[in-house]
Design a protein around this ligand. Sequence first.
Ligand code: ADP
Ligand code: MG
Length: 235
Amino acid sequence: MATGPETLARMRGITKVYSRGGQDVRVLDGLDLDVGSGELLALMGPSGSGKSTILNLLGGLDRPDAGTIEVGDTEITRLSSDELAGWRARHVGFVFQAFNLIPVLTALENVELPLLLTPLGKKQRREHAEYALELVGLKDRMDHRPKQLSGGQEQRVAIARAIATDPTMVLADEPTGDLDRASADAVLDILSRLVAEHGKTIAMVTHDPAAARRATRTLHLEKGVLVEQGTTSHA
Ligand code: ADP
Ligand code: MG
C-alpha cells in the first residue's frame, strides 16, 4: 500500500487474540492504523476495547497474531525478540498512567536509566537527562526521589525519561488518568510542546476530553474498529 512520506507508523490487518480461561477473546480483528510523523494522536474508546493493546503492539511490547507493523523503515513484526528489544530501546519512549518511576532513584537517575542501554558515556548520559528534565520544567528537582514529588511532577519526570533517548515515538497510556485537573493540564502542555516545538510524534490513549482537544487527531476505538473524530490543530 502506498503511504505518504509523512507516515511514521503503519499497522495493517492487526489481529490480537487473548485466551482467557480456555476461551479466545479477539480484541483486534484486522485493524489498520497510520500514525503520522509529528502528530499528537489521541486514541479513545470504552474500557477493555483494546487501546492499550494497540499501544503495546505499536511499541513492540507485544506481538500481533496476524498483520504487519512498520515504523519508519523497520517492519517490527519481522524482528526477533532480541532485535525487537533493541529497536524498542532506540525508538520508543513509554509513559504510563501510574508513572512507574523507581522509588529509590532520584529524578535524574530515573531519567538516566534508559540511557544505560545506549552507547552514551556517563557525562553525556547526565547531559541528556538534565536536558530532558529541563524540557519538562523540573531540572531544579532532579535530586528529589519520587516520594518527594507531586503526582504531576512524577509524571513529568516519567515524560523526561521517555524522551531522554530522543525516541522516534512517544507512547502514552492514559498519562493524565491519575492526575488532578491542573497537573493534567501541565502534562498536556508538555506533550503539546514536544510535538509543536520539538517535532516529536506522540500516540496517547486517553479518556480525558481535554487531552483529546489538545490532540492533532482523535480516533475512537469501537468494537475493534477505529473511527476518526475530526481533525483539529494544536496551534
Ligand atoms: P483498553 O486499554 O482499551 O482498556 P486493553 O487493550 O487493555 O483495553 O484490553 C483489551 C481486552 O483484552 C480486555 O478485555 C482485556 O481484558 C484483554 N486483555 C488485555 N491484555 C490481556 C492479557 N495479557 N491476557 C488476557 N487478556 C488480556
Ligand atoms: Mg488501557
